[in-house]
Design a protein around this ligand. Structure first.
Ligand code: ARG
Length: 601
C-alpha cells in the first residue's frame, strides 16, 4: 500500500526549502501568484485570477482569465488592469514564470521557465512520491463502495461501483487523507429467511452443503423456486427471518455460514480485480441492527414521524411525486420491519459521530439517487449528520449490452462477474497469442491475466461515470486508442528503452528542455498532480484516464522527434531521465486506477 512519506518532512533535508512549492501543483502556484497581484492592484479583497491550462499552445502554458470580471467590478479597462497585474508579477520575479503577455480583452498568458520546470522534475526524480503532493489538510473520508447484496453472487452490475470506489479510495489515500472503506453489504432482510430455511432443509437431507453453496447463484434460484412453489416452505421461510432477527442461535449459525460463504465469493472477486477491500472494511447492514430502534425514536421525538397506512414514515416538503403529493421515506413497516433507508440513517450517524468523517462518499448506482437525497435530508433534519460532514452520492450509470439494455446473457440472465473476467482473460490470451505466437504459453498467460482484467476495468473507468455505456469487447481489448492495452504497452515500451541503454546512469537527471516536444512532455508529467486534485474533489476517474492517454501521446511525439539512445552524452542522459519520469508517471497513474503494469509485453 502506498504511504505518504510524512517522516521525510521531519528530518533535515535540503529539499525542505523547495518543498512548500512542491506541495502545490503548477496551477495552484500560478493561481496564488497571479491572484495576489490582482488583489493588490485592484484593491478588491481575495481576487481569484482563475488560472487554467492554456487553451492553445500560442497562449503559453497557462492563462489567467480572472482579470476581466474584476475590471468589470471596477468599471475599468480590463487590458489596462491586466497590464498592471503583469507588471507587478514581473517585478516579483517568481522563478517559475519566464514571461507573461497580455492577449485579447485582458487574458494573461503565462510562459513557464524551462529551468524551473527542470528543477521541479529533478526533485521528483529524486523522490518520486512528490509527483503527487500530499494534501495540506488531511481529512477523514469514508468511501462506501462495492456493497453487494450477499444473497446472490456478484454480477456485472457490481463492477462499476467496485472499481470506481476503489480508484477514489486509492487517490484520496495517496493524497494523505485518512480513508475508511466501508463495504455496506446487504446481509439482512427477508431473502435471508428463505435462504436459511432452504439451507436447513438441504442440510438434513444432504451433508454436502459447501459444494452447493459454491454456486450461490443456483442455490439462490433453487431456494426461490421452493419458496414460490410450496406455500408451507414459504411460511417456514417467513418464520425463519423472525427467528433470525430475534436472535435464535441455530438460525443465526446457519445465517453466519451462508454469509461467510458469500463473502468468500466477494473477496475472490476483489482479489482478481485488484481491489483493495479487505475483511476489515466490512460494515454490513446487520452491524446497525441495534441502532434502528433508536433511529425511530429519535425521529419520533423530533416530530418527524408520521404513520401512514400503518407504516412509520417521514415526509419532507422537498420530496413530492409527479402529481405533487408528498413522497414518504418509509422507516418502519406495519409488521415492525425496518427498511434500507433506516439502516442508511444509522450509517450516516455512525460515519458522522463515531468515525468523525469530514466526507462520506457513496459510490452507488444512479438509480438510487432519490434514496440518497432523502436519506441525507432526513439525516440532516433529525441531527443524524453532524454539521461538518459532506455527504456525497457518487452516482454511476448502467453497463449496457450492444442492444442498449442492461448487460445480460442471451437468455436474459444476469452475468456473474467472475464469468465476465474469465471471458476477458480468454480473449486477451487469444489476442496476445496472435500478436506474439513465439512467446511461451506461460508468458502469454501471464500477460493475458493482467491485460484481460485491466481492459475491463479501464473501459469502465475511462467513461464518464454518470452516463450509461455500452460494453464492447473489441474496443476495450484494442491496442490502439484510449484503452488499457495501449497504456500498458506504452509503459512496457518505455521500460524496454530504458533497459536498452548501454551505460548505467548513476542517477536520473533532466538537464535540457531545448526541444518543444521535451518541454510539452515534461509539463504534461507535472500536471498529473492537477488531475489527481480534480479526481479527489469530484470523483471522476475518467479524468485520470484521459490524462494518462494524453501523456502516452505526448511521449510518443517526444519519442518520434527526439532520439534518445542515438543521442549522445548529457543530452541522451537527460532524455533517458525524461523517459524514466514518464514511465513512473504512467505507473503511478495506472496504480491509482487499480491497474497493474507489466515490465515487458
Ligand atoms: N447493497 C446495496 C445494493 O446492492 C448497495 C448499498 C450501498 N450503500 C449504502 N450505504 N446504501 O443496492
Amino acid at each position: 500500500m502506498l504511504q505518504q512519506s510524512v517522516p521525510f518532512l521531519m528530518v533535515y533535508n535540503p529539499l525542505l526549502f523547495t518543498l512548500p512549492k512542491l506541495m502545490e501543483t503548477l496551477k495552484q502556484t500560478l493561481n496564488n501568484l497571479v491572484s495576489t497581484c490582482l488583489t493588490e492592484v485592484s484593491g478588491i479583497a481575495d481576487c481569484n485570477a482563475n488560472v487554467i491550462t492554456a487553451s492553445r499552445p500560442e497562449f503559453g502554458d497557462y492563462q489567467a482569465n480572472g482579470v476581466m470580471s474584476i475590471a468589470k467590478q471596477l468599471k475599468t479597462n480590463p487590458r489596462q488592469l491586466a497590464t498592471q497585474v503583469a507588471e507587478l508579477l514581473e517585478t516579483q520575479g517568481d522563478a517559475l514564470i519566464d514571461h507573461v503577455d497580455i492577449a485579447g480583452p485582458g487574458f494573461i498568458n503565462i510562459h513557464l521557465s524551462s529551468q524551473a520546470l527542470i528543477e521541479r522534475a529533478d526533485l521528483i526524480l529524486n523522490e518520486n512520491s512528490l509527483l503527487i503532493p500530499a494534501t495540506l489538510e488531511a481529512q477523514t473520508i469514508v468511501v462506501d463502495y462495492s456493497s453487494p447484496n450477499l444473497a446472490k453472487e456478484m454480477h456485472v452490475g457490481h463492477l462499476r461501483g467496485t472499481i470506481i470506489g476503489d480508484c477514489l479510495a486509492r487517490v484520496l489515500e495517496r493524497q494523505g487523507h485518512r480513508v475508511l472503506r466501508q463495504n455496506h453489504v446487504g446481509d439482512w432482510g427477508t431473502q435471508f429467511g428463505m435462504l436459511i430455511a432452504y439451507m436447513r432443509e438441504v442440510k438434513t437431507e444432504n451433508e454436502d452443503l459447501p459444494t452447493q453453496l459454491a454456486d450461490l447463484e443456483s442455490f439462490y434460484r433453487a431456494a426461490k423456486q421452493r419458496f414460490d412453489d410450496d406455500s408451507a416452505f414459504a411460511e417456514i421461510a417467513r418464520a425463519s427471518v423472525v427467528k433470525l432477527q430475534s436472535g435464535d442461535a441455530d438460525h443465526r449459525a446457519v445465517w453466519e455460514q451462508f454469509i461467510e460463504e458469500s463473502l468468500l465469493h466477494c473477496h475472490a472477486v476483489y482479489e482478481r480485480l485488484n481491489v483493495t477491500l479487505s475483511r476489515k472494511d466490512l460494515k454490513a447492514e446487520s452491524f446497525y441492527n441495534n441502532e434502528l430502534e433508536g433511529i425511530v425514536s429519535k425521529l419520533d421525538s423530533t416530530g418527524l414521524l408520521t404513520v401512514s397506512d400503518g407504516a412509520r414514515c417521514v415526509f419532507l416538503e422537498e420530496f413530492t411525486g409527479k402529481d405533487g403529493t408528498p413522497l414518504p421515506v418509509i422507516i418502519q413497516k406495519s409488521d415492525g420491519g425496518y427498511l434500507y433507508a433506516t439502516t442508511d440513517l444509522a450509517a450516516v450517524k455512525y460515519r458522522s459521530f463515531d468515525l468523525k468523517a469530514d466526507r462520506s462518499l457513496y459510490v452507488v448506482d444512479a438509480r438510487q439517487s432519490l434514496h440518497f437525497q432523502q436519506v441525507f435530508a432526513v439525516a440532516k433534519a433529525a441531527g443524524f449528520s453532524s454539521g461538518s460532514i459532506s455527504l456525497e452520492h457518487i452516482a454511476y450509470g448502467t453497463m449496457m449490452g450492444s442492444d442498449g439494455r442492461p448487460f445480460k446473457t442471451r437468455s436474459g440472465d444476469t452475468i456473474k462477474l467472475v464469468d465476465l473476467l474469465d471471458e476477458s482473460v480468454r480473449r486477451a490470451f487469444d489476442l496476445v497469442s496472435q500478436k506474439n505466437p513465439s512467446l511461451e504459453e506461460s508468458a502469454r498467460q501471464l500477460i493475458a491475466d493482467k491485460v484481460g482484467i485491466a481492459a475491463v476495468k479501464y473501459a469502465d473507468l475511462s467513461k464518464n461515470r454518470t452516463s450509461d455505456y455500452i460494453f464492447d469487447w473489441s474496443t476495450m481489448l484494442s491496442f490502439e486508442g484510449n484503452t488499457a492495452p495501449y497504456l500498458m504497452y506504452a509503459y512496457a515500451r518505455i521500460k524496454s528503452i530504458l533497459r536498452k541503454q548501454s551505460v548505467i546512469l548513476e542517477k536520473y537527471e533532466i538537464t535540457s528542455l531545448s526541444e518543444q516536444e521535451e518541454r510539452n512532455l515534461l509539463i504534461k508529467i507535472l500536471q498529473l498532480a492537477e488531475v489527481i486534485e480534480m479526481v479527489a474533489n469530484d470523483g471522476y476517474p475518467n479524468l485520470l484516464c484521459n490524462y494518462l492517454y494524453e501523456l502516452a501521446g505526448s511521449f510518443m511525439r517526444f519519442y518520434e522527434s527526439c532520439p534518445i539512445l542515438k543521442a549522445e552524452g548529457p543530452l541522451r542522459d537527460s532524455r533517458l531521465s525524461l523517459a524514466a519520469l514518464t514511465a513512473d508517471t504512467l505507473h503511478q497513474g495506472l496504480d491509482l486506477l487499480g491497474i497493474e503494469t507489466l515490465e515487458q509485453m
